[in-house]
Design a protein around this ligand. Structure first.
Ligand SMILES: C[S@@+](CC[C@H](N)C(=O)[O-])C[C@H]1O[C@@H](n2cnc3c(N)ncnc32)[C@H](O)[C@@H]1O
Length: 292
């Protein structure tokens, strides 16, 4: 059951006439060493992002197949990507990021986890010219698109995704969605302030302010991904928005069991966060069958 605070925020979002402006991220590419370290810690196993990573991992697992070649746009320190790669050992993943600091962390993590199905490259996600048309089986991206400077850059990124993806390819692009009221943005950003470093809370605040609106995603989905991906968001307030293709494999009992074991291993407060995220996305039309 969502907390009273969350319900209050949702009510405000539904009733407010405010339209908070989008404020570009102070760090478009994340290369400040302290911020990179705070972000990496928050995403490590047991970190504050564990339930969100598990949710996205279960979504990605539905759209990738063994033997696929998959791009992860803006992989950062690869905490998310490593989890997906570990559960899909017969799928080949390439993580792209512009930040050398992030890529260094990602490489260290891949070595630490012994992942041989993962390689990393410095690249700009708005220019995928290194990849020919229809050359990849699936594309994933988590919590990255709000780093792009403007709608034109977002448009270039989505049109590049449409170009490199094979017909019938898998897609899961998820990011924050822009909230209407600055107070709601602050409520979400400070929700876990007592559990995480201040630098990470501030990073979250800037991310929410920089998020694109659900309507921006809808326009681009219509322009570039019609029939290839559907647009979903969390119910009532689109604080998260996802573009997802149809599932490309039947739920495998082994994979399902591993994901559910990971969920069961989360501490109680993270299990509650995962349950909230699942509920708000399910009510928004996006279920997560691999999580049970
Ligand atoms: C908030 S992190 C997300 C990392 C990872 N996907 C995750 O879910 O933890 C955003 C990442 O996007 C990268 N980034 C921002 N703009 C980019 C661009 N135009 N091309 C490639 N990477 C970019 C940043 O350097 C940063 O590592």
């Amino acid at each position: 059951m969502p907390s009273l605070q969350v319900l209050k925020t949702l009510w405000r979002e539904l009733t407010t006439r405010e339209r908070s402006p989008r404020v570009t991220e102070p760090d478009l590419v994340m290369d400040d060493p302290d911020k990179v370290a705070a972000y990496t810690r928050a995403g490590a196993e047991g970190g504050v992002m564990a339930p969100v990573y598990l949710f996205h991992c279960a979504q990605v697992c539905e759209v990738v197949r063994p033997g696929d070649r998959v791009l992860d746009l803006g992989c950062g320190p690869a905490n998310q990507l490593a989890l997906v790669a570990r559960l899909n050992p017969e799928t080949r993943f390439t993580g792209l990021d512009l930040s050398p600091e992030m890529l260094e962390r990602a490489r260290a993590l891949a070595v630490d986890k012994g992942l041989s199905n993962l390689d990393l490259r410095q690249a700009d996600i708005t220019d995928l010219s290194a990849f020919p048309d229809a050359s990849v089986d699936a594309v994933m991206s988590t919590m990255v698109l709000h780093h792009l400077p403007d709608q034109a850059a977002l448009g270039r990124c989505i049109s590049e995704v449409a170009r490199v993806l094979k017909p019938g390819g898998g897609l899961y692009l998820v990011d924050f969605g822009h909230l209407r009221s600055e107070q709601s943005i602050q409520d979400f950003a400070y929700q876990y302030a007592d559990r995480q470093p201040e630098l990470f809370t501030l990073d979250y605040l800037y991310s929410l302010r920089a998020a694109f609106a659900k309507e921006d995603f809808r326009r681009l989905q219509q322009a570039h991904l019609k029939g290839r991906a559907r647009l979903y968001s969390t119910f009532l307030a689109p604080y998260m928005v996802a573009l997802k293709s149809a599932p490309r494999r039947a739920p495998e009992p082994g994979l399902k069991a591993r994901l559910q074991a990971l969920a069961a291993d989360l501490p109680a407060h993270h299990q509650a966060d995962l349950a909230d995220l699942r509920t708000f996305f399910r009510l928004g039309g996006l279920s997560s069958p691999l999580l049970g």
